[in-house]
Design a protein around this ligand. Sequence first.
Ligand code: URA
Length: 236
Amino acid sequence: MRLDKFLSVSATATRKETARAVRAGQITVNGITAKRADMALDPEKDAVCYCGNAVFYKPFRYVLLNKPDGYVSATEDGRDPTVLELLPPLYTDLGLFPCGRLDKHTLGLMLLTNNGELSHRLLSPRRHVSKRYAFRVKFPLTVEECERFREGLVLEDGYETKPADIELAEDKKSGVITLVEGKYHQIKRMMEALHNQITYLERISFGPLALSEDLPRGAWRELTEEEEKMLLITAE
Ligand code: URA
């Protein structure tokens, strides 16, 4: 792999920055100052230092993002801003894509990765990876309606949903829903089947990953090693 490619896939430097750092003698490979940005190296074996910091090769990246309102879960869209636009260019160059979708007006936890195989596994209906959503609806929900929700109900297109959990708050108009599948507009359509309407929806967890208060709306971070491990276990 070329040095400049290595530094870009490691989310360390753009090609331009690498060229500049090479000229300034700020990059070493196995302790020797790199002379060319296009020099070949073995990403698994060679030790690269960029401006004095060791750079580690990570073929796959995992970003946890707190999706704001109005952004679409896509890599490109002709009309609306995409969640990818919330990341700096160094990250968008890594080929990240959203693992699953949230509607344009749904907020909260989104996982972005360039690991297609893992994403596929996490989203596979066979794995039943759970997703929790904080919600609010227009009209109070009754005990019977919650029971129908828990048993699984039939959507307008005839699809019968898997049982989904619902914890209702005292106001009967908000709470937390847990799904183990992810059909298009699923929660909205489940509420519509109960002649109700979602007015607020925020994903608060996805499998082992949870949204925490220290990640403001629109902000992102890479997963910790521990989170990455748990995600891989979930996808086994
Ligand atoms: N269900 C929905 O209706 N919308 C989402 O974004 C996620 C789940």
